[in-house]
Design a protein. Structure first.
Length: 160
């Protein structure tokens, strides 16, 4: 099934729908793994509004069909490595496509647009992550096919 998909910058009007999808598609699967982060509606809404106002903090892209239904999104956070302050990168904070639309190239379009936007904004690199649990081997192959190199695994310990 071929679809016309548009990838665009998110607006404040998109925030409720993106957050709804985020909670539905991302947090339901991994909420137990990320207990130290504040995923409250207020906190995420505030963070996304800040990102929409200041691209140095990050950017949010959405993929929608011609009927204006949001099918997926990618949220990238901006940052600077501590030991190389001349570099600037964007790190994937969240990237998802609704399950019924996976395998149609929507995630690829979001990724490619995110790379272009990061480059346009002056970034030297993008960092993409993946869960360490099984079942994500396709994501490893995808990243490598797009020129990404494995970096390091991140381990997280809740302190509160």
């Amino acid at each position: 099934m071929s679809m016309d998909i548009i990838v665009r910058e998110a607006t404040e009007e998109d925030i409720p729908k993106v957050l709804s999808l985020f909670y539905q598609e991302f947090l339901e699967e991994r909420a137990d793994e990320w207990t130290c982060f504040d995923y409250s509606h207020e906190s995420l809404c505030s963070a996304i509004k800040s990102i929409l106002k200041d691209k140095r903090l990050g950017f949010l892209l959405v993929a929608e069909d011609c009927g204006k239904k949001i099918l997926g999104a990618i949220l990238m956070e901006g940052g600077r490595p501590l030991f190389n302050l001349q570099k600037f990168f964007y790190n994937e904070a969240c990237w998802f496509v609704l399950p019924e639309y996976r395998g149609m190239g929507i995630g690829v379009k979001l990724f490619e647009h995110a790379c272009l936007e990061a480059e346009r904004l002056g970034a030297n690199a993008v960092m993409m992550g993946r869960p360490l649990s099984e079942g994500f081997e396709n994501l490893d192959r995808f990243y490598r096919s797009k020129g990404l190199k494995p970096g390091q695994a991140i381990y997280l310990k809740d302190l509160r």
